[in-house]
Design a protein around this ligand. Structure first.
Ligand code: MN
Ligand code: MN
Length: 325
């Protein structure tokens, strides 16, 4: 079991590092997520969830829909969050990169503006030197908070102590944690098992034990530190079988139950036998009948920039084993 957790961790860590270098201005988000996911699968591992690429004010849960034209732009602060799964044993890890390189003209061959659901701007942002500097600081606040949290994790550490370490590290640097996003415990075939790991001291005295598997993921921001749902969802998970009338919807749910019983998925993963339009039509009754659950993308409430850093960790007697280093 430990071996499988470590293997899933090593695969995700290696691909995370390569992806951080690959992400440059002008690159389409869909090309980045497709590359990351095919690299994970090429090792024989599965995906713990669709690779998330969340840009600037979007904190989490963005992944490309089919045909996504969203591009990365110079100065973007981009959260790349990915995970591998080996026989049900999971890794979950994220890095934040500040994008460098030359922007492309955000229009298609006919000169029409590209549709970029992954951006709150039109793909032609201007980022001042001061704003850029601040984005590097937000990234540092998130990364340092995770490092400091890891330094205190061992058998008996309380959730409150971890949250306190995260928040105080960020606040010393002038930034805030996002309080309504948390880390989580991991179990076989379960990405979000029972325990939530807070990013602020929430008063929870619950103590972690040797052998616990957790993902710790401090999100730092220059804003108030709250995220809200945006109306759109790009990631889904299977809930239960439901009686459905439309043959297309029936067939789709069967495919989801067969291939994504435990782990979240994206529309991109369901295109076999559908085009984007017929897939949307088949998915609607699955959502309304609560056969699948949509995870809306999450945006910082005050439209401030957000960074995230995440590792998967096994708690030990006198310290911890970070599987995704
Ligand atoms: Mn993650
Ligand atoms: Mn996570």
């Amino acid at each position: 079991m430990l071996e499988k957790y470590e293997k899933a961790g090593k695969i995700a860590a290696k691909i995370r590092k390569q992806a951080a270098k690959k992400a440059t201005a002008g690159m389409k988000v869909i090309d980045l997520v497709d590359w990351i996911e095919s690299e994970i699968k090429s090792t024989g591992a599965g995906l713990s969830f669709p690779c998330n690429v969340s840009i600037n004010q979007i904190a989490a849960h963005y992944t490309s829909p089919p045909g996504d034209d969203t591009v990365l732009c110079n100065g973007d602060i981009v959260k790349i969050d990915l995970g591998a799964e080996v026989d049900g044993y999971i890794s979950d890890t994220a890095v934040t990169v500040i994008i460098e390189g030359d922007n492309i003209d955000p229009v298609d061959e006919d000169g029409k503006p590209l549709k970029m659901p992954g951006r709150l701007d039109n793909g032609n942002p201007t980022v001042t030197e001061d704003e850029l500097q601040q984005r590097y600081e937000i990234e540092d606040a998130s990364r340092s908070a995770l490092e400091n949290a890891i330094s205190i994790i061992k058998d008996g550490v309380s959730l409150n102590d971890i949250g306190n370490e995260v928040q105080s590290t960020m606040q010393e640097k002038g930034y805030n944690p996002i309080v309504n996003l948390t880390g989580h415990s991991l179990e076989k075939n379960d990405l979000h098992a029972g325990i939530s790991i807070p990013n602020y001291p929430d008063g929870n005295d619950y103590q972690l034990k040797e052998g616990d598997h957790i993902a710790v993921e401090p999100f730092a921001t220059s804003g108030v530190g709250i995220v809200n749902d945006v109306p759109e969802a790009y990631i889904y998970s299977y809930i239960q079988n439901r009686p459905l009338r439309q043959p297309d919807a029936k067939r789709l749910l069967k495919n989801i139950a067969n291939n994504f019983k435990y782990f979240p998925f994206a529309k991109r993963h369901l295109l076999e036998g559908y085009d984007a339009h017929s897939l949307n039509r088949a998915m609607r009754p699955l959502i309304t009948s609560r056969a699948i659950y949509p995870y809306n993308a999450l945006k910082e409430k005050t439209d401030a920039m957000v960074a995230q850093t995440e590792h998967t960790i096994i708690v030990e007697k006198d310290g911890c084993n970070v599987t995704t280093l």
